[in-house]
Design a protein around this ligand. Sequence first.
Ligand code: CO8
Length: 374
Amino acid sequence: MGNVVISGTGVFTPDEVITNAELVQAFNAFAELQNAANDAIDAGECEPVPQSSEEFIIKASGIEQRYVLNKSGVLDPERMYPVLRERSEDEISVMAEIAVKAATLAMAAAGKSAGEIDAVICAASNHERAYPAIAIEVQKELGIGGFAFDMNVACSSATFGIQAAADMIRAGSARAILIVNPEICSGHLEWRDRDCHFIFGDVCTAVVLERTETASSDTRYEIISTRCLTEFSNNIRNNAGFLRRTRDGHMEDRRDMLFHQEGRKVFKQVVPLVAEMIVTHLADEGIAPDEISRMWLHQANKAMNDFIGQKVLGRAPNPGQQPNILQDYANTSSAGSIIAFSKFSDDLPAGALGVICSFGAGYSVGSVIVRRVE
Ligand code: CO8
């Protein structure tokens, strides 16, 4: 093990941002419209749609704003979902477009040309269409040879993709692999549900993995070890799928066809699972928790990350030891830990150890132990 490095990363951030204040204003306008139009409320037959609040959002999650591909549709109280123009089959798809932008940055950081990369993995929580794979479209746009495929492990897609790519490079299936994580969470978030309307944002991250011997970039992290874990849970779920039209009533605007979760249960069950996974993974590699300079965790909830850091290290993380980006980006599913890694990894000295860790739907947990090379 240890003969593969992450040699470059890239983050594409959408231009449009929605602050908590804007989000809550739009949601509350939507709630008022719904309530005014619903006579059953006055008749005491159902409860009014409750108001959202900025104070709740920041306290419960730590999220202050989120980037989105389209803001106007989300903030329109009579719409409450993004407006993304339908593209013809001759045009690049939305996911491939943002993936190419992030990939271009990652390849430049790694100093790798298309001809030096042999595979593309598109690892994300949802894919824009059934086929052809988004990864193959990205491969064509960038002029990369070899092969490409899509994979989905929800919030853990990126780390599971890193394990798959590292294993393939070690096995000799490819010299270098590009992984892209285009997460258009605004498309599968129910913006009309106050329990979750604040949680997600859009982004795309990319990483380049290659053999140690071929890597020459300024920031290189050797992959010491990877570990993946899954445990089935219905607590984070989205029932949209290709069998939908075969079932009566399923083409309606149904709540279960978008992201839904039991947030409290997820919090309580996933924190110990993740802490145990990181501690065991480090121990199995002969690394003590206090040897870890940095943890780049999945970005879902600030309190969740604080708990995990405390449990792994046995103390509160030092300032900067466990950087969060969720205050700016919200939860961007699989891309979150990679944004944190990309933005907060340049400053560590050679030899420094770190852990990239994702967790989410499945449940799924992915842990990648890395060491700074240069
Ligand atoms: N404003 C005001 N009050 C609110 C609001 C709001 N916006 N929302 C809820 N409340 C109320 C509730 O109704 C409740 O009221 P009451 O006590 O009267 O019943 C009260 O506030 C407390 O609500 P909760 O118990 O729900 O609040 P929590 O403190 O548990 O916080 C969180 C909710 C933030 C969701 C928290 O539980 C959490 O972060 N849990 C972890 C979730 C998590 O990490 N999930 C991972 C999902 S990501 C993933 O796996 C990828 C999926 C694929 C991507 C999908 C993209 C769309």
